[in-house]
Ligand binder design. Structure first.
Ligand SMILES: [Mg+2]
Length: 147
């Protein structure tokens, strides 16, 4: 009888916001601003992701030629090669299904459209909210791969 009681009271932990599906995935963070880079890196590592860094679009292209990434976070404005140009290049290289999420301080619809037109899948607005960032990333990582 006492064991019945314990079973009833036992908390059901399975399936409650488990990050197991996304933990350990590798994210390329492309960001030139040091403080934004540090903050984003902290949020991502805390959530269980592996993070690699690039400071501009050119570095990002070098990285994706060398390593396999599950998702890219791409700042819009960077020296040498900005996020839009880098995204177009990545898509031209044949990475059609790799999720690329823009990091943008521009809340205007026209800027968001520029992200999508360049081949980004979605965007995360600055200043960065850790919750929104992780939710958006998980949404794209858990998306079924198109046939
Ligand atoms: Mg920037």
């Amino acid at each position: 009888m006492s064991s019945d009681f314990r079973d009833k009271e036992a908390p059901k932990r399975e399936g409650t916001s488990s990050p197991s599906k996304t933990a350990g995935k590798c994210i390329l963070l492309v960001e030139d601003d040091k403080s934004c880079q540090k903050l984003s890196q902290c949020i991502l590592i805390k959530a269980g992701f592996t993070v690699k860094l690039a400071e501009n679009g050119k570095q990002a292209l070098d990285q994706i030629r060398q390593d396999v990434f599950d998702l890219i976070l791409m700042d819009m404005q960077m020296p040498q090669m900005d996020g839009l140009a880098a995204t177009r290049e990545i898509r031209n290289l044949g990475f059609k299904d790799l999720p690329i999420l823009g990091l943008t301080a521009n809340a205007f619809a026209s800027d968001r459209q520029r992200c999508l037109d360049a081949g980004m899948n979605d965007w995360i607005t600055k200043p960065i909210s850790p919750k929104a960032m992780i939710e958006t990333i998980n949404e794209w990582l858990n998306r079924p791969i198109p046939a």
